[in-house]
Design a protein around this ligand. Structure first.
Ligand SMILES: [Ca+2]
Length: 280
């Protein structure tokens, strides 16, 4: 998968250069010789998202009672945030066994949503209460709270900002000290807004986003909001595993040092390590 991401990175850089060159050509009447520059493609070609399928590398058990709303991999284990009033929690989970090794429950009426780990703190959103909770990542003790406007859906971090989705096609970058919004991107596939962005994960310089009630994950340029790719996970959960119509794909975690990508869903009994297979 490492090489796959390197290829993707190279393709992204090449396409970005192509776009830049097109713009430069338009603005400065550059005499670039297109015939000698195969990277100089039309902008609309450069913008087409890459399509990915998947290959299952490993299947791990997952608590079928966990209404997964946030997923993070760190230091050999998973952190998971779950939702629903009275069933919301923050958990530390053993990857191999799926056993919950630490757990903090959110009291009613809070509906837990996305989580992110930044500077040894875990940040957890709530759906409609405009409040987030901050925990010490080791002790699993609440050490603070923060507020935001609108709804909280997904959360991740690029190592500097908290990155928040709210069910629209917009993603906010939030300063983790002041909790001020520093910038917002609108996520577009070509010119079409991609709404209901849900759980998020920052992977090799891109934002991966679950789409609510969709078997696809969008990969997003964090600078522009452009959808750079679609990962189609249709059929990953065997038929009959879960009946609940809200048991949808939600939960992406990336093991940066091991270059492993994990996905699961709400109430899913399985968690998958997957490898992306480029299809276009
Ligand atoms: Ca995540």
């Amino acid at each position: 998968m490492f090489s796959m991401f390197r290829i993707r990175l190279l393709v992204t850089v090449a396409l970005s250069l192509a776009s830049l060159q097109c713009n430069a050509g338009a603005n400065s009447e550059s005499s670039t010789n297109k015939a000698s520059n195969p990277a100089n493609k039309p902008a609309e070609t450069a913008a087409a998202p890459v399509k990915y399928g998947y290959e299952i590398v490993h299947i791990y058990p997952h608590d079928p009672a966990a209404f997964t709303q946030g997923l993070v991999f760190t230091d050999g284990k998973l952190l998971e945030g779950t939702g629903q009033p009275g069933r919301s929690s923050l958990r530390e989970v053993e990857l191999q066994s799926g056993h919950v090794t630490k757990k903090v429950d959110l009291p009613e009426p809070y509906f837990g949503e996305g989580i992110a780990l930044l500077n040894n703190k875990i940040y957890q959103l709530t759906w409609q209460h405009q409040i987030g909770f901050i925990y010490d990542a080791q002790k699993f003790e609440q050490v603070g709270k923060f507020n935001y406007t609108g709804e909280g859906w997904g959360l991740t971090t690029d190592g500097h900002s908290l990155i928040l989705s709210d069910g629209s096609n917009r993603i906010r970058f939030i300063d983790p000290d002041s909790f001020q919004v520093t910038r917002t991107i609108a996520v577009l596939d070509d010119k079409v807004p991609v709404n209901e962005l849900n759980e998020l994960e920052y992977v090799n310089g891109e934002i991966y986003a679950n789409i609510w009630h969709d078997d696809r994950i969008a990969t997003i340029d964090p600078q522009t909001g452009r959808v750079t790719g679609w990962i189609d996970l249709t059929g990953i959960l065997p038929p009959g595993d879960v009946q609940d119509e809200e048991a949808v794909l939600n939960g992406i975690a990336f093991d940066q040092s091991g270059n492993r990508l994990f996905v699961t869903g709400k109430l899913w009994p399985r968690l998958f390590e997957i490898k992306l297979k480029r299809q276009s």
